[in-house]
Ligand binder design. Structure first.
Ligand SMILES: Nc1ncnc2c1ncn2[C@@H]1O[C@H](COP(=O)(O)OP(=O)(O)OP(=O)(O)O)[C@@H](O)[C@H]1O
Ligand SMILES: C[C@@](O)(CCO)CC(=O)[O-]
Length: 908
């Protein structure tokens, strides 16, 4: 590898003056970018675009190139070009930004000391930690945004390298590269000043001009601009360093491949024009967010604390900015609600990106270190692309509105958005959530309320995408009007009990103090449960809390484990409420209609209420006095809809998902989400590199479905695990099926959202998609003879209906789309046909309400009779019939109506 010495690179390719009278100025940056000619390596055919020399070796012994690891003409062209646009003597192209840093840090020896910023890119941090542990290098992390902080660590003969980055990522703090370089050189002239210039690119900042010895860029970002390659570039002027680095690159073998060199060269031609657009839009985005009242970090804003220094060392502000919202969950909602801004790590591409650094690019830094370095958990980073600025602003504004971060100003003459009032911006996240959970009463706990809490949540039918949704495919699902009900009744004897009416009326009680509390690591209010279950607690519940007899009742075992796990991990502040939890369902249990999710939602809701982690809003107080027939205050009831606020629904959904993990192993979260939110959803789980989240689907409610329970028992956990094993064994086969199912879900959503599609065309499209989806599920191995029998029956020529399995399959339920014009007698005939084959059909409507909580306000007496004597023998306590007694007595058919008549239900 020859260090690319671009002699006279600063002037290239400015030609010599034509005459002493008509001298030509040096070309400006965008001209340099667009012209890639290298006068020292003319193409033999005069090709306008540099060819890709896709070869590993070169013939002969006397040529300039022999082996591509050491040198390749496409790379030579690229390196010449990078040197030219960076006004550098030498440039190298390697396989990634981290590879560039690896080459640079290989200049260090054991015993050397490095001074580095404390707000560096997570990957840089990881490499430095590795060097500390394995390379005998001492690293001092200092806040380089205050130049004076660096000096105390500079030791002549010891400090070998100073690693700087400005602006920092993602907080956009400014580091005075010029001053630090000068100060360090004065004390330790041999120290190498290295600058990561990725956030700026050579267009906006040229640290070699300000005393840096080596500058590197992750060229994956602005230099290439299209997120279609990984590359790193290193530039320097010192021949000794260049020689050393050329040696390292050749030895290590991490030089950039010819094809990627070609792509990078191509991308870099448009660097200036892209940056111009990106920066100007970034300024507009930053200004809009600041105007809305968010704390925005962008060096282009007039009040940015480092603006003056930045303007001295740079000629642009870049296109990355960040802002905080005061609430991590709110930030997550905003990120999830954008459409045009892609959720992704990295930056610098032509398309705009949004991310939460603490959970994405900087997740490799542990939470404590992030907190110590002042990296807010609610920080959102925006990387602005070249889309139309109006579209980007609209999309962001819409997402802020949808997430509840802004609202329409009540006072404005015209519509104007203002920031929703939040706890003080700098308030810690747990405090913000705690305030929310305690109904704005600060940190004061409410006195214990001896109320009965009744909740209910629906089951679901998955129309498209079951199983595939576990692996990142979008599922289309809706709530059904069959529900699970949960009821808590207070006890006064220090015991906790559960009664599962549908599982052979299983009942068990525990002495709360005898539960294995030593095995619990409480999740504090405001914190989220980690991705994995706490195996210590699971083990302790299994071996020390569950009765041995439960082994004979696996369904009860699962439900009791989930309930106890949540009860214990949610207990906080020394409070361990004593009560009975009863569950009853109108859903078939374990048949694929989401019985476990609706049970999980009921259990999570009651436990969050009893542990005082959520509360339901109090009845609105009148805003003015009533007179005569004027109530004074208008209350729009919406039949209870939207009475449970979104943060409460989100918190329930998170914990219901934890219970689902206990019952299901690896759930996607679709079942519990439908159960909480109701309606119909397109659901995509997070973690598969594409946009995750849920979108409501309209046009679903009017469809009619027949659900048929095959009555063949099966185990969702095993079926889900079986598909994962198949995927590991035959990835190509399964991935092709997953792609097929994704197209089906996409197609169904498009059809449902198309107002111009005739009803007939919609139903026939959905029928065809049902058959197609079922065929994929058969290939995944999750169908069953009983399901095929139901399909065959419904497909008979007199019915001609399309049916697929729904849920996990292996037995359980099938779903049949019932056309609008199907005659009632024919439908009844089908139902009795199915019944005579010993199947259980349910004709149900879909898309109804999600989680419901029976409002405790208006419960005439708050006290209900406990199982065990209460010291308070008050009248109210004795006179009232507990809900629990009737709850257990009602038949499944009577239960919904009876529950509904108990009082005002509040729904999500
Ligand atoms: N009403 C209930 N009372 C107690 N536990 C229940 C109740 N409903 C469901 N469960 C728990 O959920 C388990 C059933 O979960 P499973 O995933 O097998 O079925 P499902 O949720 O109906 O199907 P799918 O997940 O495919 O929709 C039961 O074994 C039990 O542990
Ligand atoms: C089989 C599955 O896709 C649906 C179960 O109702 C599992 C899941 O998504 O959790």
């Amino acid at each position: 590898m020859a260090a690319q010495k671009a002699s006279g690179a600063h002037d290239l390719p400015t030609p010599d003056p034509e005459s002493p009278y008509r001298s030509r100025k040096p070309y400006r940056f965008s001209t340099l970018c667009a012209t890639v000619d290298n006068p020292f390596a003319k193409d033999q055919y005069g090709s306008s675009s540099v060819p890709i020399y896709q070869t590993a070796t070169f013939k002969g012994v006397a040529g300039e190139y022999d082996y591509t690891r050491s040198g390749n003409p496409t790379r030579t062209h690229l390196e010449h070009h990078i040197a030219k646009i960076s006004s550098a003597g030498h440039a190298f192209a390697v396989s990634s930004g981290m590879a560039a840093l690896d080459v640079i840090t290989r200049l260090l020896k054991p015993g050397d000391e490095v001074i580095a910023g404390d707000d560096l890119y997570g990957g840089t941090n990881r490499l430095l930690t590795y060097l500390k542990t394995n390379g005998g290098v001492t690293v001092h992390h200092v806040d380089t945004t205050v130049a004076e902080n660096v000096l105390p660590h500079v030791k002549a003969g010891k400090t070998a390298m100073v690693l700087l980055e400005s602006p920092t990522n993602p907080l956009l703090k400014i580091v005075d590269l010029q001053k630090i370089a000068a100060d360090v050189k004065e004390r330790a002239p041999d120290a190498i000043i290295v600058v990561d210039n990725t956030m700026m690119s050579p267009y906006c900042q040229r640290p070699l001009d300000y005393g840096a010895d080596i500058v590197y860029d992750s060229a994956t970002k602005y230099l290439s601009g299209h997120h279609d390659l990984m590359a790193g570039v290193i530039v320097c002027n010192r021949d000794d360093l260049a020689k050393h680095m050329a040696f390292i690159i050749n030895s290590v073998g991490n030089a950039l491949t010819p094809f990627d060199c070609f792509l990078l060269l191509r991308g870099s031609k448009t660097l200036a024009i892209r940056m111009d657009r990106q920066q100007s839009t970034a300024m507009r985005v930053a200004t809009m967010l600041e105007r809305l009242g968010f704390k925005v970090n962008y060096p282009g804003l007039p009040n940015h604390p480092g603006r003056e220094v930045h303007e001295r060392i740079a000629s642009g502000y870049g296109a990355v900015l960040s802002f905080t919202t005061g609430d991590k969950a709110l930030s997550e909602r905003i990120v999830g609600a954008t459409r045009l801004w892609g959720i992704s790590v990295s930056f610098g591409a032509v398309n705009s990106l949004i991310s939460m650094p603490c959970v994405m690019s900087h997740a490799s830094i542990d939470a404590a270190t992030r907190a110590a370095r002042g990296l807010p958990e609610d920080l959102i980073r925006l990387c602005v692309g070249i889309e139309d600025p109006e579209d980007l602003l609209d999309d962001l504004e819409r997402a802020l509105l949808e997430a509840g971060a802004i609202t329409v100003s009540a006072n404005a003459d015209e519509h104007q958005y203002v920031r929703t009032t939040l706890p003080k911006t700098e308030v810690s996240i747990s405090r913000a959530v705690e305030k929310l959970a305690f109904n704005d009463s600060g940190l004061t706990r409410r006195p214990r309320e001896y109320r009965e809490w009744m909740v209910s949540a629906p089951g679901k039918v998955i129309l498209f995408g079951e199983h595939a949704v576990v692996h990142g495919v979008t599922a289309v699902a809706a709530s059904v009007d069959l529900r699970c009900y949960g009821l808590t009744t207070p006890r006064h004897d220090g015991k906790l009990s559960v009664q599962f009416c549908d599982i052979e009326n299983f009942y068990h009680e525990w002495d709360i103090n005898n539960l294995p509390w030593d095995a619990v690591t409480t999740i504090q209010v405001g914190q989220e449960h980690p991705e994995q279950l706490d195996q210590t607690l699971m083990e302790a519940i299994s071996t020390r809390a569950l009765p041995a007899s439960i082994d004979a009742a696996p369904k009860a075992r699962g439900a009791a484990t989930a309930f106890l796990y949540l009860y214990m991990i949610l207990a906080h502040g020394g409070e361990r409420p004593s009560f009975n939890f009863s569950a009853r369902s109108t859903l078939p249990i374990g048949a694929g209609l989401g019985s476990s999710a609706s049970f999980s939602v009921c259990a999570a809701t009651t436990l969050l209420l009893l542990h005082q982690r959520i509360s339901i809003p109090a009845l609105p107080a009148p805003t003015r006095e009533g007179h005569g027939s004027d109530p004074g205050h208008i209350h729009v009831s919406h039949q209870g809809r939207r009475a449970i606020p979104p943060p409460v629904a989100e918190e329930v959904n998170r914990w219901a998902f934890v219970a689902e993990k206990i019952l299901h192993g690896n759930p996607s979260g679709v079942d519990n989400s439908v159960s909480v939110y109701g309606g119909a959803l397109a659901y995509t789980r997070a973690g598969f590199g594409k946009k995750s989240g849920m979108e409501p689907i309209h046009g679903f409610k009017s469809l009619r479905f027949l659900l048929t329970d095959s009555k063949v028992p099966r185990d969702t956990k095993k079926l889900v695990a079986g598909v994962s094993e198949k995927k590991a064994r035959e990835p190509e086969v399964v991935n092709a099926i997953l792609d097929g199912i994704q197209s089906i879900s996409d197609e169904a959503r498009r059809a449902l959202a198309d107002p111009e599609l005739s009803r007939e065309a919609l139903l026939s499209a959905l029928s065809a998609l049902i058959d197609e989806n079922h065929a994929h599920l058969v290939s995944l191995g999750v169908s069953h003879a009983s399901l095929e029998a139901i399909r065959a029956k419904t497909a008979q020529s007199i019915y001609k209906l399309s049916t697929k399995l729904t849920g996990a399959g292996g037995g359980g339920c099938a779903v049949t789309l019932v056309p609008d014009d199907m005659r009632e007698e024919l439908l009844q005939q089908l139902i009795s046909d199915l019944l005579s084959d010993n199947f259980q059909p349910y004709l149900t409507s879909v898309g109804g309400s999600g989680l419901g909580i029976l409002s405790p306000y208006g419960q005439d007496a708050p006290f209900t009779p406990p199982e065990t004597p209460n010291d308070a023998n008050d009248e109210a306590y004795l006179s009232r019939e507990p809900l629990r007694a009737t709850f257990q007595e009602k038949s499944v058919l009577e239960l919904p109506e009876w529950a509904e008549s108990r009082g005002r239900w509040l729904y999500v």
